[in-house]
Design a protein around this ligand. Structure first.
Ligand code: MF3
Ligand code: CO
Length: 250
């Protein structure tokens, strides 16, 4: 499938989908505290999305059983919410969420601290977020897709962190996952040229230790092989002639 270019009308729908998702993320962030279960977060996010008249796009996606992916500590992504999994002071928790508004998908992720966390964990969260911003610095029409990948790699690597290779960012629009795939590690090729009207989900997943990950027996939860902490930061962006528009920021 070719990379889709959105029309002005579609871009307006993407903007609204993403604006609503940013509110969902804000509300979930404010709710996080030690003692709550990962299922509590899923219920909160799911309820908000439906109150907005939208559809949680993760629910039942390839049979994923929840609306919000909640991944704790060494869990990289796709943690399955569980009422028995209780957040503890000092944990880090990655929330990945998406919704459909009038047929248009949004997708964003953040890693949050639960109470007071170690300076090392704080740095991992901050660097992962900055990886996104480094990546999109040159994400404008005329540049190449893998300029984003290369910038993310250079920044994460400068801290000695492991970059997850098995999972990548993606185009987004009337489907949650559209072309192109967006790796977070350096590429030899340039990739497709960026054009105005492309909407992309850029999502570095960064490990404090090694890059390798494994899947748990639930067939969803991705964890670091070495048990080190992992963080995730994702926004849906719009490519323009100038600076990219970050659609899922609050
Ligand atoms: N948010 C993921 C992504 O960024 C997709 C999650 S799919 C689910 O591509 F099924 F796990 F929810
Ligand atoms: Co995504």
């Amino acid at each position: 499938m070719a990379v889709t270019i959105k029309s002005e009308r579609e871009i307006e729908l993407m903007r609204e989908s993403c604006r609503l998702l940013a509110i969902v993320h804000k509300e979930m962030e404010e709710a996080i505290k030690p003692g709550m279960s990962t299922k509590d977060i899923d219920i909160l996010g799911d309820t908000l999305i439906r109150k907005m008249g939208c559809i949680p796009n993760f629910k039942n996606y390839h049979r994923y059983p929840a609306s919000i992916c909640v991944s704790v500590n060494d869990e990289v992504v796709h943690g399955i919410p569980d009422k028995h999994r209780i957040l503890q002071e000092g944990d880090i928790v990655s929330l990945d969420a998406g919704l459909i508004y009038k047929g248009y998908h949004s997708d964003a992720a953040r890693t949050h601290a639960v109470g007071k966390i170690s300076p090392q964990a704080r740095q991992l969260i901050d660097v992962t977020r900055q990886c996104f911003f480094e990546g999109i610095k040159n994400a404008k029409a005329g540049n190449y897709l893998f300029d984003i990948s290369n910038a993310i790699d250079a920044y994460a690597t400068s801290f000695g962190y492991g970059i997850v290779r098995e999972l990548v960012g993606h185009g987004i629009g009337t489907q949650l996952h559209e072309d192109p795939q967006i790796p977070n590690f350096a590429q030899r090729r340039k990739g497709p040229r960026l054009r105005p009207g492309m909407t992309l989900a850029v999502e570095p997943m960064i490990n404090m230790g090694g890059a390798d990950v494994v899947w748990l027996d639930d067939d969803w939860t991705v964890v670091t092989e070495d048990g080190s902490l992992s963080a995730h930061y994702e926004n849906t962006i719009l490519i323009t002639e100038g600076e990219p528009e970050i659609l899922t920021l609050y």
